[in-house]
Design a binder for this molecule. Structure first.
Ligand SMILES: Nc1ncnc2c1ncn2[C@@H]1O[C@H](COP(=O)(O)OP(=O)(O)OP(=O)(O)O)[C@@H](O)[C@H]1O
Ligand SMILES: [Mg+2]
Length: 258
């Protein structure tokens, strides 16, 4: 079953086109990767998918419904099925971790305070942060902050989780734990995951399918599971990106950063 379909999508700012003619389908319950070098437009494509940027051309379908053709109210309603973890992973620093997770529940559900508190505890346990609800975000490690932001993204029991560079800036062990958690959420709840990532271990370890965006041609140059792209894609840019850890003396690869 297709949960999301992107058809001939072009995105940009004003007259500047960032990516054009992007088409792909995300199967329900899959982990789908948006790959590509720095600045190629991954976050911009993701923004169109979560309602933050109106496409210049093309369409995005959520369970066959045309997301951007819908009214603002209807689009917001569809968006309530989305859980989002931004590239900056930002929690609200003036609120405790528990208040951060409670916030979407307070804003968007009729639940009372006791029910919300119970749900917050469940979400924190789910991401392995049972004891930090009363902490302030600034007092947590980077990995814990990402988990707390994930707990917040899970607050409304999303059907689709969108991640922008979930493991960027984390050490490899912490990044691996976050990947395991994402996979567990998919396996346990059938959540569909769309993930922007540069990190080869994440891409190769947990993603079932994906698309590779190119900054030069401003369009997709490969489709498929990251592992298959690594082993079989002959496009030089894709090959270099997917095989960069195999090149001695090159710490970051083609467009390595973060
Ligand atoms: N609000 C904006 N207004 C104008 N241009 C923008 C805006 N946001 C991004 N861009 C430009 O769009 C292009 C794509 O940016 P985007 O952030 O989508 O890339 P990315 O692939 O996510 O990069 P990174 O890997 O560094 O996160 C860049 O050239 C960027 O400068
Ligand atoms: Mg980005």
């Amino acid at each position: 079953m297709t949960r999301l379909e992107v058809k001939d999508l072009s995105v940009g700012f004003g007259d500047v086109i960032v990516q054009r003619q992007i088409s792909f389908k995300v199967a329900a319950g899959s982990i789908f990767a948006i790959m590509g070098g720095s600045g190629c437009g991954k976050s911009t494509v993701l923004k169109a998918m979560i309602g933050l940027l109106r496409p210049s051309l093309g369409s995005i379908h959520v369970d066959e419904e045309d997301y951007w053709a819908a009214s603002d109210e209807r689009r917001a309603e569809i968006g309530r099925g989305f859980g989002i973890l931004f590239q900056s992973g930002a929690l609200w620093n003036s609120m405790t971790v528990a208040e951060n997770i409670a916030f979407p529940l307070k804003m968007l559900t009729p639940l009372d305070d006791d029910a919300i508190a119970a749900l917050v505890r469940v979400k924190l346990l789910l991401v392995g942060l049972g004891s930090v609800g009363e902490s302030m975000p600034a007092d947590l490690s980077g990995g814990m902050r990402k988990r707390a932001a994930l707990a917040r993204a899970l607050a409304l029991d999303p059907d689709i989780l969108f991640f922008d560079e979930p493991s960027a800036g984390l050490d490899p062990v912490t990044a691996r734990r976050l990947d395991d958690l994402i996979q567990e959420l998919r396996d346990g709840f059938g959540t569909t995951v769309v993930m922007v990532s540069h990190e080869l271990p994440s891409l190769l370890g947990i993603c079932d399918d994906g698309i590779f965006l190119d900054a030069e041609t401003k369009t997709a140059i490969a489709h498929g599971a990251p592992r298959v792209l690594r082993d079989e894609c002959t496009h030089p840019a894709v090959h270099a990106f997917m095989n960069r850890e195999r090149m001695p003396g090159d710490p970051g690869g083609l467009h390595g950063h973060h």
